[in-house]
Design a protein around this ligand. Structure first.
Ligand SMILES: *Cc1c(COP(=O)(O)O)cnc(C)c1O
Length: 401
């Protein structure tokens, strides 16, 4: 990929996505489940650009959405209703109503109270709502605590006992049709055992439901497959799929998998230019034109991203902090990172930026969000314009008195 050319054509800061890499990741994971009916439902929140979602739609993907806005994106991008799932711990009445009206595959219910809301809204609409229940198998996923979701002290899902009660309630309700079970124990998972243990627990629950005549169709294993940011050893898609399938013996279920990061993270690059270098005491800083409002992961999770310098500099490497212009000490991309001396306008390429990058962006410090570019078959095209000042004030201007 010619980053220099892309930066000069589209300016910086800039997100660049390799759509061909996304296709490869999709196909590798999809084929790992062969021999069993499966749907990959792309987790739209990882990278919700319409052109990216459309790319997955074209590959046959479904969509896992966590707001009605994401459901609308999925529809706009051409994902069929019967492959769209609506998850999330807090759904507003309007969102539930729209999801039922749009007749998506199912609403993934995350609490008993929510089940009652879905039932009463479905009744109002005179409809039956397909649902799955998100269970929390209380397994430690061995990942960063901010992205762990499958422990009882996380806010997500319900315990197995509650889930069974909810399935019985749903089975007896005319307005509800329980069709699936869901679990998602965390993100950036690099150990297979916790996923396997969770699948065993949930598969057993499915069997115990069958015994009381509640037949589910979908076994939704969530997302969470980890990727290599630095030197992490990751789970192989084939091993992952086989471990899950091994827990489903004797069950006639379609497997649904909701990958986000796995499909997009390493397809994305964030391009930023060096403004200047400075030194405070013994500390050296490289100040760049991108900031935490563009890519929040280092500030939020202290996440590591590999950073590559494109420069003519031939100096020795030194340890530097790479920081942006935002007025926060937390505004950095890397600390004590080895880079050579850099010049004004040298380019830094931040790797693994295709998931939870642009989507977590903001307008903090009245900075427009970056442009996004897709590269496919060696050709680049703009898929989101850079925000300008007028865009930022558009919703305020009329109120200026
Ligand atoms: C965030 C999320 C995903 C995707 O997670 P990744 O780690 O990006 O694969 C899948 N399912 C649900 C319910 C989620 O909340």
């Amino acid at each position: 990929m010619n980053f220099k050319e892309l930066a000069s054509e589209y300016k910086t800061p800039l997100y660049v996505y390799d759509l061909d890499y996304m296709s490869e990741q999709y196909q590798e994971l999809k084929s790992a489940f062969k021999g069993r009916k499966s749907i990959l439902a792309y987790a739209v929140k990882a990278n919700s650009n319409l052109s990216v979602v459309k790319h997955f739609a074209d590959l046959g993907s479904g969509a896992d959405c966590v707001s009605i806005g994401e459901v609308r994106r999925a529809f706009l991008a051409g994902i069929p209703a019967y492959k769209i799932i609506f998850s999330g711990v807090g759904k507003c009445d309007d969102e539930i109503r729209e999801a039922i009206e749009k007749d998506i595959l199912y609403i993934n219910v995350e609490s008993e109270a929510e089940l009652f809301r879905v039932e009463s809204i479905a009744k109002e609409l005179n409809r039956t709502s397909r649902i799955s229940i998100r269970v929390n198998p209380n397994i430690d996923p061995q990942t960063h605590p901010y992205i762990s979701t499958g422990l009882h002290d996380n806010k997500f899902g319900v315990d197995i006992g509650t889930a069974k009660r909810m399935y019985i309630f749903a089975k007896n309700s005319e307005a509800l049709e329980p069709v699936g079970v869901h679990f998602h124990i965390g993100s950036q998972l690099t150990h297979l055992e916790p996923i396997y243990e969770a699948a065993v627990i949930v598969a057993d629950m499915v069997r115990s439901l069958e015994a009381i005549d509640i037949e589910l169709k979908f076994f939704d294993i969530g997302g969470g497959l980890g990727i290599t940011y630095d030197d992490e050893v990751t789970i192989k898609p084939y091993d992952y799929a086989q471990a899950i399938l091994g827990t489903l013996k004797g069950l006639d279920l379609t497997v649904i998998c909701e990958p986000g990061r796995f499909l997009t993270a390493n397809a994305g690059y964030f391009l930023t230019k060096v403004l200047y270098e400075k030194q405070n005491g013994t500390k050296k800083f490289v100040v760049v034109d991108g900031a935490m409002n563009d890519l929040l992961r280092p500030s939020l999770y202290n996440a590591y991203h590999k950073i590559e310098a494109i420069t003519d500099s031939t100096s020795e490497v030194r340890k530097v902090d790479i920081v942006g212009p935002v007025c926060e000490s937390g505004d950095f991309f890397a600390k004590d990172y080895s880079l050579p001396e850099l010049n004004h306008n040298d380019l830094l390429v931040v790797h693994s930026a295709g998931a939870y990058g642009f989507g977590m962006g903001s307008n903090y410090n009245t900075r427009g969000r970056s442009a996004e570019v897709a590269v496919q078959d060696g050709k680049a095209r703009l898929i989101r314009k850079r925000e300008n000042f007028e865009d930022l004030i558009a919703l305020e201007k009329e109120f200026l008195v």
